[in-house]
Design a binder for this molecule. Structure first.
Ligand code: T1G
Length: 706
């Protein structure tokens, strides 16, 4: 059964691609297209051709799962099909619905015309996979829309709506009935007999300001965080403006091949599939229908509560924002209004959308108004007693079907659930601050959380436009449990001789959005001295430092006091000899001789402990998959997606090196830094995360025998 059906309507051949789920250009689809085009070209009854797709979307790109395999390079390749399209004496019209993305749009650009329904979207998102359009997108698109618009589309990877595509000339007409409209358009082209509008590949683009590309490299450099693809895209579009089509296509092919072989492509493709895999919860009945969430209550009108209220309102869900007093509500609503106003002023949110969202947020101090909510989420400060009291009130005030969630960043979900008579309907929903911006939704299952509640909250994540990951219940869940090792090592290296600017520079050149010490200054140093004191008490034999306490004693609490690890002029951070003097004094206080650090040692001591702790979370079932941990870190902590996430990066570096680093740090810091049995066995046997299941079974078997 070919992936591409062939039939003739009147004198128009209709090629229908049917390759669920997204009609990707896998080898079978490419073979089907070739066969269909060959047949149409020689079919005398055929005067024109329509290329259309079954299912939810037009071709959504090359088949990403083929990358790195022989199939991706097997003939017919996309370019072979495009050559056929452009050589055809019969007009070929692409009929677009859903999302024409990547190779899908590139195939459409090689057709003689493109028609679309108004709801269609078109884009070249290859940059999100560490790639660039490898089938002429950097050559044909600038010829259609000009280099500036092409650069914006290709370096951002963002799709455009059909109406915008029509304005730009990327499509020729918007139709109501896609297939009928495309057939009529193709028949019209055949009847006209006019020369077929093959993309003027060989024309050079005139009057392009050479400064455009230098300016654009500076622009992408500000956001690239070490990514290569954006710069190679600028090179290709520049070549497309400088060279005739055939040479520009060759330039693009070479750049594409370079990126296809890159670690960044491997990391981003791993991340692409890991994000989708994280939605799938093993053991959950697949026929479980998520419960509809039409109205929610948010308890706590502070920074987190306000952000969470915006998340639901933005998704069109009515919100009742609850706090203890009218003043707190007014303050919270004021922050929400200001946030929307700033977003509208920036042009990132239309006024109408902000108005619709604000209209959905209602405030009250009265729990009696919660009798018709489907979900209540608590977002008050991290005090177990306060949370338990709130959950007891919610248990009484909300309908029996309502899900009760806590936004806690690490407290025990089971202890919270014990304050209710419905522990099976209690779950953690941990948003990251600011909740209306950060994508991660770390959902935490309690011991009694029901499958229906888990399925509902995981589906809700997508409805809210978030990236949901399911975590087990432990101190710090998946992300924050690992974070303590990253920030701990940063401090230890300061004591041993590194400077704040060196540690942060290494972290930021690795791809983190902000280094650990600058991050601490941003979140205020005095906020976590209580947590630090509690941890020192809990682990008295463990290595610790009092750097933060010494800085706070000197009035250095971070950006809010214009000094912390750095001195601040506005938001600009500057190395500060006074801070370094405090750190050096603390080195002496601890009797540690300071020494020079290589960037490589800083990198490995910052990131390998993350991998070590992540392996323990896999051992304990706190994380279901290594990829889930990667998704948490990319979306919750701005870990660079082009490195795949900490677990993918650690596996690339070598789990034997991660285990050796863990042994070294355990000797210096304490037992909690040591490698666990899973990492040790993977390292010893040269296996990776795909073998976690089999190794855990081996270890369990050995324990039973022992
Ligand atoms: N290849 C293989 N599988 C894909 C795929 C693709 N291009 N796109 C999606 N899937 C799978 C996905 O893994 C999931 O599988 C299912 O389809 C539904 O996806 C030469 C080289 C199209 C907007 O980057 O943006 O062309 O989990 O959950 O939310 O220049 O998928 O069900 O088993 O995301 O409705 C360029 C990537 C490729 C588009 C639909 N194209 N896909 O979103 O569904 S590179 C892309 C998406 C390229 C050329 C280059 C989205 C979507 P499973 P989903 P969705």
């Amino acid at each position: 059964m070919s992936a591409v059906a062939y039939r003739v309507e009147g004198d128009v051949a209709v090629l229908t691609v049917d390759a669920p789920p997204v009609n990707a250009l896998g080898l079978a689809v490419r073979q089907g297209l070739l066969a269909g085009l060959d047949r149409a070209v020689v079919d005398d009854a055929v005067a024109a051709v329509v290329l259309i797709c079954a299912g939810s979307t037009f071709i959504a790109g090359a088949d990403i799962s083929e990358f790195g395999t022989a199939k991706a390079l097997a003939e017919p390749r996309i370019r072979t099909i495009q050559d056929l399209l452009e050589a055809s004496s019969k007009p070929v019209v692409a009929a677009i619905h859903g999302t024409a993305l990547g190779g899908g749009l590139e195939v459409a650009l090689a057709c003689h015309a493109r028609v679309a329904v108004a709801s269609a979207k078109l884009g070249l998102p290859e940059v999100k996979l560490g790639l660039l359009p490898g089938a002429g997108g950097t050559v044909r698109l600038p010829r259609l829309v000009g280099p500036e618009v092409a650069l914006d589309m290709i370096t951002s990877g963002a799709p455009i709506a059909a109406t915008r595509a029509l304005e730009l000339g990327v499509i020729d007409v918007i139709v109501e009935d896609l297939e009928a409209g495309a057939i009529a358009y193709a028949a019209g082209l055949a009847t006209d007999g006019a020369p077929l509008p093959v993309m003027a590949r060989d024309e050079r683009l005139r009057d392009v300001d050479p400064a455009l590309f230098a300016d654009y490299r500076l622009k992408v450099g500000k956001k690239a965080r070490g990514q290569i693809a954006p710069f190679r895209i600028v090179d290709c579009v520049e070549a497309a403006c400088r060279l005739p089509g055939a040479e520009a296509l060759a330039f693009e092919a070479a750049a594409f091949a370079e990126l296809l072989a890159s670690d960044q492509r491997k990391g981003l493709v791993h991340y692409f599939f890991a994000e989708r895999e994280a939605r799938k919860i093993p053991g959950l009945p697949t026929d479980l229908a998520p419960q509809p969430i039409r109205k929610v209550a948010v308890i706590g009108a502070g920074l987190m509560g306000g952000g969470i209220a915006m998340v639901f309102a933005n998704a069109g869900i009515a919100v009742t924002l609850v706090d203890v007093g009218q003043e707190a509500l007014e303050r919270g609503l004021g922050v929400i209004r200001k946030t929307y106003a700033a977003s509208v002023a920036r042009g990132s949110t239309p006024q109408a959308k902000a108005d619709r969202a604000l209209a959905l947020i209602h405030t009250t101090t009265d729990y009696a108004e919660l009798r018709d909510v489907d979900l209540a989420i608590e977002a008050v400060f991290e005090n177990m007693g306060v949370k338990q009291a709130i959950f007891a009130r919610l248990d009484a005030a909300t309908p029996a079907h309502a899900i009760l969630a806590s936004n806690t960043s690490g407290l025990d979900i089971d202890a919270i659930a014990s304050a209710t008579l419905r522990p099976e309907r209690v779950i953690g929903i941990h948003f990251f601050s600011p909740a209306n911006v950060m994508k991660l939704m770390e959902n935490v299952r309690g011991a009694q959380t029901s499958p229906e509640v888990i399925a509902t909250v995981m589906a809700l994540g997508r409805q809210l436009g978030k990236v949901p990951v399911l975590a087990g219940n432990c101190d710090g869940f998946i992300g924050n449990r690992m974070l303590q090792y990253y920030s701990g090592e940063a401090e230890f290296m300061l004591i041993e001789g590194a400077t704040p600017e060196q540690v942060d520079r290494v972290a930021e050149s690795f791809g983190m959005a902000m280094g650990p010490l600058a991050m601490r200054d941003l979140s205020a140093l005095d906020l976590n001295t209580v947590v630090r004191a509690a941890r020192r008490e809990a682990f008295p034999d463990e290595r610790c430092t009092l750097i933060v306490e010494r800085l706070v004693e000197a009035g250095r609490c971070g950006q809010k006091t214009s000094k912390g690890y750095y001195r601040y002029e506005g938001r600009t951070r500057l190395p500060d000899p006074e801070a370094l003097a405090i750190i050096e004094a603390h080195s002496r206080e601890l009797g540690v001789a300071r020494r020079a650090f290589s960037d490589e040692e800083i990198r490995d001591r910052l990131f390998m402990p993350l991998v070590n702790e992540g392996a323990k979370e896999l051992e304990e079932g706190i994380a279901l998959r290594a990829g889930d941990i990667d998704v948490v870190w990319v979306n919750g902590y701005a870990f660079p997606a082009h490195r795949g996430g900490p677990m993918f990066w650690g596996e690339q570096m070598g789990l034997d090196k991660v285990a050796a680093m863990a042994e070294r740090l355990a000797a210096a810091n304490g037992e909690r830094w040591a490698p666990g049995p899973l990492l040790r066995r993977l390292a010893e046997t040269g296996r990776g995360w795909s073998a976690v299941g089999e190794v855990l079974a081996e270890l369990r078997g050995e324990m039973q025998v022992a």
